[in-house]
Design a protein around this ligand. Structure first.
Ligand code: NAP
Length: 246
C-alpha cells in the first residue's frame, strides 16, 4: 500500500491523466475520476499496466452525490489524502447575445461548484495529512482565462477567475492546517479540449500536459514554509492575445 495518496479529477485524458501518472510515479496511491466510464477505465488500466496503484470512479462530477462517493471510495481504500487535484473542467464558447442558461450552469457547476464541494468533502482527510507533514496540497486547474477575460469564452473565463479567487481564499483559510493550494493557469495545452483550435494553432506549438505535471511535481518538493499560489504556463512570446486560450 502506498505511503501517500491522491485524488485526481478529470484524469481520463489530457492534463489530469498526466498529473495522475506523475503522482503515481512519485509513489502516490491514486483515485481517479471522470465522466465517461469506458474512457476512464481505459486510462486506469494504462496506469496500472505501468505499475501504478489506481482505483477509478466514474460519474458526473457536477453532481454532489458523485463527489461524495469519490471521496468516500478514496477514504475506504487509502484512508489518507495528501494531494487533491481538482482538474475536471469544461469550456463552452458563446457570444454574449447567444449565452444560454444551460451552458452557464454546465460550466459553473463543474469548473467552480464541484471544486468547492471537493474541498468541503476532503477537508477532514486533508487536515489529517496537514497535521502529519504540513504539506497537504490542493491543485486546482484554472486557466490563463482565469487571469485575463477572453472574448467568446466569457463564462469559462468567469468560472476560472472564480477558481483563482477560491484558491487564494483557501491558502489564507487553511494555512494553519498545513494545507496549501495552487491554481494552475495554462494557455493552450495539447489535449482533446483544444481540438477545436488546432486548425489555427498547431498542436506541436502548444504546451504539453507533461509540462503541467512537471509544475505539480515541483509543488510536491516544496518545504512546509513555502507555498506557490499559482503557476502561469505560457507559450513563448506570451500566447495569443485576442484569441481564446483554453
Ligand atoms: N487544454 C487547454 O488548453 C487548457 C488550458 C487551460 C486550462 N485547461 C483546463 O484543464 C482541465 C483539463 O482539461 P484538458 O485540457 O486536460 O481536457 P480533456 O483532456 O478534455 O480532459 C477533461 C477531463 O475532465 C473530465 N470531465 C469533463 N466533464 C466532466 C464531468 N461533468 N464530470 C466528470 N468529469 C468530467 C473529462 O472526462 P470525459 O472525457 O469522460 O468527459 C476528462 O477526464 C480543465 O479544467 C480545463 O478547463 C485546459
Amino acid at each position: 500500500m502506498a505511503q501517500r495518496a491522491a485524488v485526481v479529477t478529470g484524469a481520463s485524458s489530457g492534463i489530469g491523466l498526466a498529473i495522475a501518472r506523475m503522482l503515481g510515479q512519485e509513489g502516490y496511491g491514486l483515485t481517479i475520476a471522470a465522466r465517461r466510464p469506458e474512457k476512464l477505465a481505459e486510462a486506469a488500466q494504462t496506469l496500472r499496466d505501468e505499475g501504478l496503484e489506481v482505483q477509478e470512479i466514474a460519474g458526473n462530477l457536477a453532481d454532489e452525490e458523485v463527489i461524495q462517493s469519490v471521496v468516500a471510495a478514496h477514504k475506504a481504500k487509502y484512508d489518507r489524502l495528501d494531494v487533491l487535484v481538482n482538474n475536471a473542467g469544461v469550456g463552452a464558447g458563446q457570444a454574449v447575445a447567444e449565452i444560454t442558461a444551460k451552458r452557464v450552469d454546465l460550466q459553473l457547476d463543474l469548473n467552480l461548484r464541484s471544486l468547492i464541494l471537493f474541498y468541503r468533502e476532503s477537508i477532514e482527510l486533508l487536515r489529517e495529512a496537514g497535521a502529519e507533514h504540513r504539506n497537504a496540497l490542493v491543485v486546482n486547474t484554472a486557466s490563463i482565462s482565469g487571469k485575463q477575460g477572453e472574448p467568446w469564452l466569457s463564462v469559462y473565463s468567469a468560472t476560472k477567475h472564480g477558481v483563482v479567487g477560491f484558491t487564494e481564499a483557501m491558502n489564507k483559510e487553511l494555512a494553519a492546517d498545513g494545507i496549501k493550494s495552487c491554481a494552475l493557469c495554462p494557455g493552450f495545452v495539447d489535449t482533446p479540449m483544444t481540438d477545436f483550435v488546432k486548425g489555427a494553432v498547431p498542436a506541436d506549438q502548444m504546451i504539453r500536459p507533461d509540462d503541467i505535471a512537471e509544475g505539480v511535481r515541483m509543488l510536491l518538493r516544496l518545504s512546509p514554509g513555502c507555498v506557490i499560489p499559482e503557476i502561469i504556463f505560457q507559450q513563448p512570446g506570451g500566447g495569443l492575445t485576442g484569441q481564446p486560450t483554453g
